[in-house]
Design a protein. Structure first.
Length: 190
């Protein structure tokens, strides 16, 4: 039996990191005390490098990615020796979870559009969002699509909203991938 001395959760970007850190805090977890680090790898194409760096050590590995990056994560996991022909269920057994379609989409679905708009209002950006909605390219999109796109229109906004939306979540409605990856590292980091 391998004894782990902590865990590393590899995530695509800073917004994923902010969301997981906020969720852990809301769940009353102290990731530092649990020796769990959440590392933003700067995009899915960097996973292989981080797996090479951390695999085979005394660290448990886990991760979170967007649906469009799932195949890339599978290939890198296979290349790093985690198995071949890895399914999504297989990825989850390894501690790697997929957001459908992405983190923002998961959070918007969990909260609902009305609650997300309340968060936007609390952050003082409702006027900006309403202006964004009136843009010709946005008019035909659903409100959920508009909300998701709005979060990516300004540097730092995804991180801001990742944290704020997690803080607004009913803890019984947390997106499965977020709870899954944190639960996985809680079991394996000890």
């Amino acid at each position: 039996m391998q004894v782990h001395r902590g865990a590393v959760v590899l995530v695509e970007g800073a917004s994923d990191q902010a969301a997981l850190e906020a969720l852990a805090k809301r769940r009353g977890r102290d990731l530092a005390a649990e020796a769990i680090s959440i590392v933003a790898i700067g995009g899915a194409t960097n996973l292989g490098h981080f797996l090479d760096e951390h695999a085979g050590g005394n660290l448990a590995l886990a991760g979170l990615c967007d649906a469009r990056e799932e195949d890339s994560f599978r290939r890198d996991l296979a290349r790093a020796g985690f198995g071949s022909s890895i399914t999504r269920t297989g990825m989850e057994r390894l501690g790697f979870y997929v957001c459908d379609a992405d983190l923002e989409d998961e959070l918007i679905r969990s909260l609902g559009a009305n609650a997300v708009e309340r968060v936007i209002e609390e952050l003082g950006e409702l006027r900006s969002f309403r202006s964004f909605q009136r843009q010709p390219a946005q008019r035909e999109r659903s409100r959920e699509q508009q909300l998701r796109r709005f979060m990516g229109t300004q540097s730092g906004r995804k991180v801001l909203y990742a944290r704020a939306l997690v803080e607004a979540l009913d803890l019984t409605r947390v997106p499965r991938p977020l709870d899954g990856v944190l639960a996985h590292v809680a079991k394996t980091a000890g």
